[in-house]
Write a protein that binds this ligand. Sequence first.
Ligand code: TA6
Length: 292
Amino acid sequence: MTLPPCMYLEEAAPGYPILVIQHPTATARVALHGAHVMHWAPTGHAPVLYMSPQSIYAEGKALRGGIPICWPWFSAHPTDAALPMHGLARLRFWQLDAAQADDHRATLQLSLRSSAATRAHWPHDFHCQLHLSIGTELEVALTTENTGPAPLPLTEALHTYLTVGDISRVRLTGLHGSPYLDTVGTPAQRLQEGDVTFDREVDRRYQSTSAIHLHDPAQHRTLTVHKDASATTVVWNPWIEKSARLPDLPDDAWQHFLCIEAANASPPEPQPLQIAPGARHTLRTRLTLSPG
Ligand code: TA6
């Protein structure tokens, strides 16, 4: 495939290609492994996505940071604990199908199809596509097509790691009044009162379709996470102890990132979507920046 002049391929490790995008409106990096957006920075702005410097670039290992694709299940597999957390899509190489650019943005299309290897973990036939639009905004669209004869049960998340200047000064608006499953300690159903602030580990699955505004005074900006066809918003910060327990994350990383995930993993237990044979479903998230 011929890449547009603003793109080139490099390797993060032998046999581990990364697509580098240097467009006038933004820079980005996308690993073909997991179709994993690792970096996005609109021109003139600090990086928007957090990427751990301790990430492991190896097939079958999920990168820590950027936008992991949690698919076709979110969190633990519903019936087989031996299967990997957050599904199989982020653990294998995707195919790059298209790469274009114009004056306003660069666009990429990647795909993953079912195979004997995927069927060994998940007995369904599928065609998964990821469409990226990279410019002054970042849009990520994950389309699931059920190419098999039976309904396809699906929970999913675009598990976006966002950089923050200082988590203790961050405030989220847009979730007031939303019910959520608090999964820190004994899972409990709660209701969000007012803004979300952070002074401990937070791991919550909100039943919400709204856009979320991340107010980050230390970086003098507000980031908005828009979403479409997403019934759940997952908010996660590991805080001090869990950061120290994750080997691919620096101990102090908890201060400088927050995950806000467009998902379909509605509590109390993730109720899977059922994609009919031949049907398609697209989960979207779009990130936009504004000053202050
Ligand atoms: O999205 C929140 C969450 O489910 C947390 O519970 C935590 O496990 C996080 O995802 C990261 O999961 P990972 O498998 O990428 O370490």
